[in-house]
Ligand binder design. Sequence first.
Ligand SMILES: Cc1cc2nc3c(=O)[nH]c(=O)nc-3n(C[C@H](O)[C@H](O)[C@H](O)COP(=O)(O)O)c2cc1C
Length: 318
Amino acid sequence: MKIGNVEINGYAALAPMAGVSDRAFRELCVDFGAGYVVGEMVSSKGVTYHNDKSIELLALSEKERPAAVQLFGYEPQIMAEAAKIAMKYDPDIIDINMGCPAPKIAMNGSGSALMKNPPLCGEIVSAVKNAVSVPVTVKIRKGWDKHSINAVEVAQICEQAGADAITVHGRTREQQYMPPADWEIIRQVKKAVNIPVIGNGDITTAVQAAQMFEQTNCDLVMIGRGALGNPWIFKEISMLIGHERPTLPVSTAEKISVMLRHVQKLCEYKGEYVGMREARKHAGWYFKGMRDAASLRRKAGSIEKFDDLVELCKSIEM
Ligand SMILES: Cc1cc2nc3c(=O)[nH]c(=O)nc-3n(C[C@H](O)[C@H](O)[C@H](O)COP(=O)(O)O)c2cc1C
């Protein structure tokens, strides 16, 4: 499938996840067959104020293509200005966050709060679209709450304003991340627009990815939590849907080796101090399902050095 003029090879994208889908994890997921990756949300205001932390989040490498930068905000002109600045970092796509439920984002009118004001969604898309030369996409939820389910309306307004694709997470803002995602709303959005629709919510296995395609007719699926400590999910989806040659189930030894590669990248890109602190949660996710996982997780929770993690892994029964 294509988003605007950008070719997406593969069936599944890595979801934007603040604090998780950084360069190290995006590159790893691309290695495992993710056809498209979206970076952590970045504040449009932070970018226009040249805040170092925001600017750092815009960086993309050549090993993670095609990739989108995701911006959040509520002022069309600030969003447009931030998108122009983001273009210096050569994103393939600019994605607009219309789904974040976090109070500090939604309470100032950004993220999922935009869905309460569909005309503003359209104004933001058209301002960003006019500011950049790459495709512009939006990521929405089902609606704000059960009394205002308007994903179809918002998707149509965004399409009319020039959006090149829509990602739909099948939950309202009120539902946050908990109740099962509603895939029916994704099917309804797909029926209502002519641009590609990316289906998102609750895919943790390749079989579920295939079911999402079948039930919603979406053009691409997007995986968030199902990829935590599990970049293999992209390979499994390619195998099942793309009829690629199956490989053996993932062994503990392979899990450890991929985890160490992931953490090494984190340390390389962020320095060992920050990298190892961020590695703690990833290690916990990779350890899931292993013998003594709880104890491994506890030990990883205070690890300071890459070499200490290597030592801890030596204690794991393969
Ligand atoms: C830790 C975490 C951080 C997230 N950060 C973002 C974000 O920056 N931008 C965004 O649009 N969605 C964000 N999301 C939502 C995911 O992209 C996705 O829509 C949601 O997790 C549902 O998909 P899943 O069931 O595959 O996890 C985040 C989710 C999690 C769990």
